[in-house]
Design a protein around this ligand. Structure first.
Ligand code: ATP
Length: 487
């Protein structure tokens, strides 16, 4: 999205409504030299724990670290604000998250093709797109305490919320990340890390039309990294400086824009509702007229009801022929489409669906996180995520690590299932602790090999959500699991 200037102004965001009194909205001071955060993830946790409403975020951050889902990047050096790593469990979950999107938006559709584009492009791309000029937020600095803020996120932008001091004049701060291409000093070419992934799709439009027998209407999809030097990275994965986006740019005849815009708007909301447990936490927010880019007739955000208020998860944008027009102009190439049936030549118009992979992943975790009181009065933490997204489809748990017969049986089952599914193995500690660990990472089923297995070749399978157990024959496990996953 273009931030400031002639192309559109992002005002009236739901996050602004929640105000500075919410610690999650508070703009963090920058360290003078570089943005090193002293106590990294603990700093975030402490900050987030300030208010009850933020407790859930704090718990998720803690769970992610404890269970190898997400870590603060460069944590041993104190961390850098706005950068995160997915751990062994999280990277599997994120792969599944992206696969689900890719399967539904590319693999299963005859009218959408996918690409995987470069992060660095020809620098003129970002002039053509308007980002060099307009991809900016306004930043002010307090003259007394020298903390920096985005005034559009403050309840009272006339004074510093920390010390009441006066602000400097606001100045535009371009959030494109800059870099250089080449090795010889003086000959290096100034370039940018892409600020939004979709630009690569417009750059490949002509190649795809020429090489892939696509006919309008059709879409080009991509999942890929984008980089924004955000003034205020905050709320864990919600606003980071390096993140992934999933986009479909759907190219249509100009007279069909209304129809396809409505189609994609509903399609994307239905998709999220299918995956999230509580669809009441999802809603549309229509952009006000003064938020729209000059070329857009309408725009909608799909928002999630986050602990700090309704927050954007994905945008459905009316991009008209703006992008192809700009790239035609700046590149000197004709990017128009020739209809082989009507013989009409025109610049296609675009409906864009653009969502944050990490941001929606975070919301999906918030949606799935539950604490339940068990019959014994214990609190169990459980991630009720869709089995398609869980890192492991099943955990194989031999009841005792020091009984070779049990281990052998469990290993045989593990090896067989592991050929088809991602399964986990845990022969440590007691069974209660093993269940708790799997509940916390959202493994839908735990299979226990116990002494009865040695007698009758049956195993127990425990369901994550109901905690109910069934017993089935070991040679039926594969079919049983397949059936559950295809439900
Ligand atoms: P915001 O208003 O929250 O800054 P945006 O309207 O600028 O977002 P778009 O340019 O429309 O966002 O990008 C599409 C999607 O990319 C957003 O809906 C969001 O899910 C994700 N996204 C954008 N900026 C970030 C970020 N800094 N960190 C994580 N995800 C982001």
């Amino acid at each position: 999205m273009i931030r400031v200037g002639t192309l559109g102004v992002t005002k009236n965001k739901s996050e602004r409504i929640t105000g500075i009194n919410n610690p999650l909205n508070r703009v963090e001071p920058r360290s003078r030299s570089f943005e090193i955060v002293p106590n990294n993830i603990y700093f975030i946790r402490r900050q987030m724990a300030e208010k009850n409403q933020n407790e859930l975020v704090s718990k998720i951050v803690s769970l992610c670290k404890r269970r190898g889902i997400i870590f603060q990047n460069s944590e041993i050096y104190g961390g850098v604000q706005g950068f995160y790593d997915y751990g062994p469990v999280g990277s599997l979950m994120k792969l599944n998250w992206k696969n689900l999107w890719w399967t539904d938006n590319v693999v299963k559709r005859r009218d959408v093709v996918g690409i995987d584009g470069s992060i660095i492009t020809h620098p003129t791309v970002w002039q053509a797109s308007g980002h060099v000029k307009n991809f900016a937020d306004i930043m002010v600095e307090c003259k007394s305490c020298h903390k920096r803020f985005r005034p559009d996120l403050l309840d009272d932008p006339s004074k510093c919320p920390e010390c009441g001091g006066q602000f400097t004049e606001g100045r535009k701060y371009n959030i494109l990340f800059e870099t250089e291409i080449g090795v010889i000093e003086g000959e290096k070419q100034h370039a940018y890390l892409r600020g939004e992934a979709c630009q690569t799709i417009y750059l490949d439009f002509k190649n795809i039309v020429d090489s892939c027998r696509v006919k309008i209407p059709f879409g080009i999809a991509q999942i890929g990294k984008a980089f924004r030097n955000e003034i205020t990275p905050k709320n864990f994965l919600y606003r980071t400086r390096e993140f992934e986006q999933w986009d479909v740019q759907y190219f249509v005849h100009p007279t069909e824009m209304d129809k396809w815009f409505e189609y994609w708007k509903e399609n994307r909301m239905t998709w999220y509702k299918k995956i999230f447990n509580d669809s009441k936490n999802l809603r549309f927010r229509e952009h006000a007229k003064d938020e729209l880019a000059f070329y857009a007739k309408k725009a909608f955000d799909i928002e999630y009801n986050a602990p700090w208020g309704w927050a954007e998860m994905e945008g459905i944008h009316w991009r008209s022929d703006y992008d192809l027009t700009q790239h035609s102009k700046f590149s000197g190439q004709d990017l128009s489409y020739f209809d082989p049936i009507t013989h009409e030549k025109y610049l296609p118009h675009i409906t864009e669906t653009s969502g944050g992979v990490d941001r929606s992943f975070f919301f999906m975790l918030l949606d799935a996180y539950q604490e339940e009181k068990t019959e014994s009065g214990e609190i169990r933490t459980v991630l009720k995520i869709n089995p398609k997204i869980s890192a492991y489809k099943m955990a194989i748990l031999p009841l005792a690590a020091n009984k070779p017969e049990l281990i052998k049986k469990a290993e045989d089952i593990f090896e067989k299932l592991n050929e088809k599914y991602s399964v986990d193995w845990d022969d440590s500690s007691n069974i209660g602790k093993k269940y708790r660990r799997q509940d916390e990472i959202g493994t839908p089923w735990c299979l226990v090999v116990d002494y009865q297995t040695l007698d009758d070749n049956t195993v127990s399978i425990r369901d994550r959500d109901t905690m109910k157990q069934i017993r089935i024959k070991t040679d039926e496990v594969d079919n049983w699991l397949e059936k559950q996953l295809n439900k």
